[in-house]
Design a protein around this ligand. Structure first.
Ligand SMILES: C[S@@+](CC[C@H](N)C(=O)[O-])C[C@H]1O[C@@H](n2cnc3c(N)ncnc32)[C@H](O)[C@@H]1O
Length: 265
């Protein structure tokens, strides 16, 4: 039996699908996950979902300042009892709780909340995140324009960070075994590769257009009452999936300019 199997039996946890409780069993993958994070002395490290602690037991050895957020009652108690004197434990929902300041973010992300946690992560300043996500999700994070995986997530990430798939992790490395494989992905914040007049408008345009990715951009923006007519909106007849982030930025600037014109009348 793997160490993870032994801990599942010992804690009596009955892994929950809704909490994404597929525990990593392979210590070598855990070693590489932590290695990719490039943790330096003095770095503040945040781990979401320590679970049975396969990453946590490695993090307490190298991180001067470690905070873990765990939702599950049984697992929070286990982590508190086992590592409580070497980390700050927050027992709660990482989607709802504000993150403490951190430099490195490490997580085997619960699948059901991967999207809100990544969007939330992007709101904070940090040096590097290394996350384990389902393979399909990883492909959406780094997708090329025009591919079916190209999404709101891709565009928002591209604007704020550089993402790279580091390695594939087969489903056999988890207990219980999920139906799909996973990937380790790094996220390194960077200055925006192009400028927009108003970031809020850029993210709104991206969201509204990807919510209706088969519709023409002008139609989506009109339905959302972001514009009155498609006139003067670049790429109004295009579909969002065919536009590069910088082109979505041009649309956002045009929407912003129209809004400003209207407000100044
Ligand atoms: C995929 S498991 C990873 C566990 C462990 N880090 C590992 O690698 O084996 C996801 C963990 O996130 C926890 N979790 C699920 N939803 C959460 C949430 N909203 N906030 C914090 N932790 C959550 C689960 O209880 C579980 O411990």
């Amino acid at each position: 039996m793997s160490e993870t199997g032994r801990l599942i039996a010992e804690t009596g946890i009955r892994p929950s699908k809704s909490k994404g409780q597929n525990f990593l069993t392979d210590g070598r993958v855990a070693d590489r996950h932590i290695g990719y994070a490039d943790i330096c002395p003095g770095d503040r490290v945040l781990e979401v979902g320590p679970g049975l602690g396969i990453l946590t037991q490695r993090l307490v050895e190298i991180a001067d300042d470690l905070t873990c957020i765990e939702l599950d009652d049984v697992l929070a108690e286990y982590i508190g009892k086992t590592y409580g004197d070497r980390l700050k434990l927050i027992h709660g929902d990482a989607v709802k709780i504000p993150f403490p300041p951190f430099d490195r973010f490490v997580s085997n992300l619960p699948y059901s909340v991967s999207t809100p946690i990544i969007f939330k992560l992007l709101e904070y300043p940090f040096k590097k995140a290394v996350v384990m996500v389902q393979k399909e999700f990883a492909e959406r994070m780094v997708a090329d324009v025009g591919s079916p995986d190209y999404s709101r997530l891709t565009v928002n990430l591209f604007y704020k960070a550089e993402c790279q798939i580091l390695e594939n992790v087969p489903r056999s490395r988890f207990n219980p075994q999920p139906k799909v494989d996973s990937c380790l992905v790094s996220i390194v914040p960077r200055p925006a590769p192009f400028t927009v007049k108003d970031e809020g408008t850029f993210f709104d345009v991206t969201r509204v257009c990807f919510d209706h990715r088969r519709k023409k951009i002008g139609t989506s923006l009109k339905s959302a009452r972001m514009i009155d007519s498609s006139e003067d909106i670049p790429y109004a007849d295009a579909r969002i999936e065919s536009l590069r982030p910088v082109e979505i930025g041009e649309i956002a600037d045009a929407v912003w300019a129209k809004k400003s014109d209207k407000n100044s009348v």
